[in-house]
Write a protein that binds this ligand. Structure first.
Ligand SMILES: Cc1cc2nc3c(=O)[nH]c(=O)nc-3n(C[C@H](O)[C@H](O)[C@H](O)COP(=O)(O)O)c2cc1C
Length: 350
């Protein structure tokens, strides 16, 4: 029995966002003390077969923390100590935002899922940029950049550029988030012309490596359009996927009627299919995210073409040992199937 087996029922009595804030605070406090080294000794899995390279960055393992978990870049060091191979902080916007009214994050326990409509609450790109420039962490840290809520879609490119310039020095890679379902005007960003204008501006500003994050709800022709742009602007990778506004008929939890983006188990299959669709059509690295909770889940995305995976929802349901569990399990699966490294297994099912 782990400590989290004891803590989880207590945390789950609290509103989801309160429990998340508590966990976040505990990690923030721990990273300033020797506890950080103890955590690393307990959770980090150091094995050459897990070492991965993508878009010019070296990752100690392919299991990362997805955007939204550490919106303000306060705990990358603690997440590294928990054994994650990278962190995507943010989403950040050019101006600080309070986000939507609470409650805005809901557990769907029976479905091992979350629905959130946070609305991109964050301290703003300048504050996050300052924090990142002081960071003390030896894993790659990416920055997820989104549009400031009140900015009209036509002015989005300049808004993304402002954010990028504020975080440029502190980030190891940058992710254009045009797929947030919880903030106004985002539907209008995921079309060809709007994305082209944003990529053009960010490339011109020097954003590199630059990735784009897709919605799992995007129809295939729109994904193909995006991939044309990835080639045209020479982007460095694709993150698939964000949360979904769909509500599969299989959902059982009473909270399934809440508005917002669905994450966790119910989107796992869909996200993996999106990874496969993208990997079949492009040579750039794909970051697979959506419902990854076990080594088998991570391995399915890797075999479908993901060079790296990320998770958020499973951290809440499975606790802080999740990266260790997945990394250890991945080593077993690589051995079972005769692969020498994670890189060898990438796209094995294509
Ligand atoms: C509470 C919450 C906040 C999130 N915030 C962001 C965000 O700011 N930017 C973003 O691109 N994705 C955000 N996401 C989406 C995650 O990064 C991820 O793409 C999605 O949750 C699917 O992964 P999962 O099933 O492992 O949770 C958020 C997810 C959750 C649950």
């Amino acid at each position: 029995m782990s400590l989290y087996d004891i803590a989880r029922p207590l945390l789950f009595r609290l509103p989801a966002e309160t429990a998340h804030s508590l966990g976040h605070t505990a990690l923030r406090l721990s990273q300033q003390t020797p506890v950080r080294r103890l955590l690393a000794a307990r959770y980090a899995v150091d094995d050459e077969r897990l070492h991965t390279e993508a878009f010019g960055q070296r990752f100690p393992n392919p299991v990362g923390v997805a955007a939204g978990f550490d919106k303000n870049a306060e705990i990358p060091a603690a997440l590294a100590a928990l054994g994650f191979g990278f962190v995507e902080v943010g989403g950040v916007t050019a101006e600080p935002q309070a986000g939507n009214a609470r409650p805005r994050m809901f557990r769907l326990r029976e479905d091992e899922a979350i629905i959130n409509r946070m609305g991109l609450n964050n301290d703003g790109a300048e504050a996050v940029g300052r924090r990142l420039s002081r960071r003390d962490v030896d894993i790659p840290v990416g920055v997820n950049i989104a549009k400031t809520e009140h900015v009209a879609p036509a002015d989005a490119p300049a808004d993304y550029r402002r954010s990028y310039e504020a975080v440029a020095d502190g980030g190891d890679f940058f992710v254009v988030n045009v797929s947030c379902p919880n903030s106004q005007g985002f539907e209008e960003l995921q079309n060809r012309d709007a994305m082209a204008a944003i990529f053009d501006t960010l490339v011109d500003a020097g954003a590199d490596p630059l990735l784009v994050k897709l919605s799992p709800d995007l129809p295939e022709p729109a994904v193909e359009d995006t991939l044309d742009l990835v080639a045209e602007f020479d982007l460095d990778g694709v993150v698939a996927t964000n949360t979904s506004t769909d509500r599969p008929a299989s959902l059982r939890s009473p909270n399934r009627t809440e508005g917002g983006g669905l994450s966790g188990k119910p989107i796992e299959g869909r996200a993996t299919e999106m990874v496969r669709f993208v990997a079949e059509r492009t040579d750039v690295p794909v970051v697979g995210v959506g419902g990854v909770a076990t080594a088998e889940d991570a391995y399915r995305k890797i075999r479908a073409g993901a060079s790296l995976v990320q998770l958020y929802t499973a951290f809440i349901y499975r606790g802080p040992a999740i990266a260790r569990e997945i990394n250890r399990g991945l080593l077993d699966l690589l051995e079972r199937d005769g692969f020498d490294s994670v890189a060898d297994a990438v796209g094995a099912d294509l």
